[in-house]
Design a protein around this ligand. Sequence first.
Ligand code: GDP
Ligand code: IMO
Ligand code: MG
Length: 431
Amino acid sequence: MPNVGVVGIQWGDEGKGKIIDMLSNYADVIVRFQGGANAGHTIVVGDKKVILHLLPSGVLHDKKYCIIANGVVLDPEVFEKEVQELKNLGYLKDDKRLMVSSLTHIIMPYHKKLDALKEAKGTTKKIGTTGRGIGPAYEDKVSRMGIRVIDLLDKKTFTEKVKQNLELKNFIIKKYYKDEGFKTRDITKAYGAYRPVLKKYATDTAHFLHTSIEQGKKILFEGAQGTYLDVDHGTYPFVTSSNTVSGNIATGSGVPPTSINYILGICKAYTTRVGEGPFPTELNDETGERLRASGGEFGATTGRPRRCGWFDAVIVKRALKINGITGLALMKLDVLDEFDTIKICNKYKIGGRYYDRPPVSIADYERCEPQYEEMEGWKTTIRDVKKYDDLPVNAKKYLARIEELIGVKIAIISVGPDRESTLVLENPFLK
Ligand code: GDP
Ligand code: IMO
Ligand code: MG
């Protein structure tokens, strides 16, 4: 298939970075279409680990084009730093291969401050955000006060927009939050320094993608976060501020929905979540601790310990429908190697009734009791397994049961963080 979308199926951190890096081998263009530096996508190459927050996970491959599209909110400070770090590591040699949409909205210093102040104040529920200014930046985009890359590139427009914004932002910061405001001059000076670097990469990325499609190039769309962090379909208000589902690939990058041929869902063999909000299969016990330790479940962006629990077929099944998943990549199967028994949640009990789809209200999420079936573990190390046939019988049974419950085929099985520990049953680009 020429164009493939990759999205998170749970609450993020499913292992998207690893799979996108792997699939980049088969793509010509890799596109980030939503979110910002709240993402933390880990790629392991040999004994090196690279964590990307903003740049597409295809950047470790020469001869590929990487795009930050219009749906992303871009922090210029993170952008400059990440570009420089990658160059220092010997990547990103050709500047023409990285592009940023001129329409991409910019994260401003007041966005980060407002993100932190809102979380600290406690008037609204604490979300446990990454503190990267994501929510306030998307708020400004939707309220038509946002500042885009194209605005930053023009000194006069940028100064005017900062001035207009600060009138309101300073009022809120000073009067409501009783904190220190910003000066236009300080911001225009600091952000003026990013003008040359952004000028180098800014372009009409939608046009580039249209031309690439016409030329039959292969495009890989890289989702960030996960379906249950989606602002519409997630566990609202405990979500991020963008649409993380496959439907946003089109709006977030300017390609028509009809140009996307395969949607690959990325899903852990168990479940994790960072930040606040409902999590039906969460284990606040020794088993949860074991999953965290075995899976190295600490946030790639904030370092926070991730909450851990068993595989939840109820949320996964729903996410597959929302995203129109063609195939699933089941990640971190090796993390379950040492467990005697492994549980799968196959339905919820809420107020004496059973459900095989997630509730709509947060209150119902809070009182839902996950119902489990138990399977025998395989108690062997599977990291070195290279073929599906060589997996232990009980691991195969676990995969088969998951497929049966969710009704979608498992296309990729990941048994370790590195590129080699990947069993590809169906390559989306070669289908
Ligand atoms: P992303 O945000 O979806 O890209 O995922 P993260 O990078 O935040 O978190 C996934 C973590 O799991 C990273 O540390 C990866 O290196 C690691 N990882 C990915 N696949 C596997 C796997 O199959 N097994 C193990 N043990 N670790 C994996
Ligand atoms: P990747 O792409 C996991 C969570 C935060 C918080 C909520 C809102 O690595 O999977 P935000 O800063 O976006 O306003 O925070 O969303 N969150 C993530 N959790 N993985 C991510 O990205 C996340 N990006 C945001 O922890 O609960
Ligand atoms: Mg992550």
